[in-house]
Design a protein around this ligand. Structure first.
Ligand SMILES: [Zn+2]
Length: 119
C-alpha cells in the first residue's frame, strides 16, 4: 500500500536538561505494565520511542512527543518523588493542554522561536 500522507519527520535528538534524548519510531510499544503505549521514555538510555502507528496522525504525534518530553523533564527535575502515582495524569493533562494551546495560538511558537533564537 502506498502512503500518500506526508510522514512527520521526528527530531532525531532533543536535549532536556543535561541529556541528549534520541527520538525514534517504534513498533508495538508496551509500557511497564504490558499495556500498549503510544510512546515510551527510557530514562536509563535517554530514548523516546513513538509508536509508528502515529505516522499518519500528526497532531497526536505532537501530543505523544510532548508527553514523553514531560516525563523526561520530571525525571531531570527530580519531581517523581513529589508526583509519585500522579505523574501519568499530570503529564497527560499538560501534554494535551500544550498541544491544544500551540494549535490554537500559532503565533506563540513563532514568538518563542524568535525570542529564544536571540541572545
Ligand atoms: Zn506517560
Amino acid at each position: 500500500m502506498i502512503n500518500f500522507l506526508k510522514e512527520p519527520k521526528l527530531p532525531n535528538k532533543i536535549t532536556v536538561g543535561g541529556h541528549d534524548i534520541t527520538v525514534t519510531w517504534g513498533k508495538d510499544l508496551k509500557a511497564h505494565d504490558g499495556e500498549a503505549a503510544w510512546g515510551l521514555y527510557g530514562k536509563s538510555d535517554n530514548t523516546i520511542e513513538i509508536a509508528d502507528d502515529l505516522k499518519t496522525k500528526q497532531s497526536q504525534v505532537v501530543e505523544v512527543l510532548l508527553h514523553e518530553l514531560l516525563h523526561a523533564m520530571i525525571f531531570e527535575g527530580n519531581l517523581q518523588t513529589y508526583l509519585k502515582s500522579k505523574e501519568e495524569h499530570v503529564v497527560d493533562v499538560l501534554a494535551k493542554q500544550m498541544t491544544i494551546m500551540f494549535k490554537q495560538n500559532p503565533d506563540l511558537l513563532k514568538f518563542i522561536g524568535d525570542n529564544l533564537g536571540k541572545s
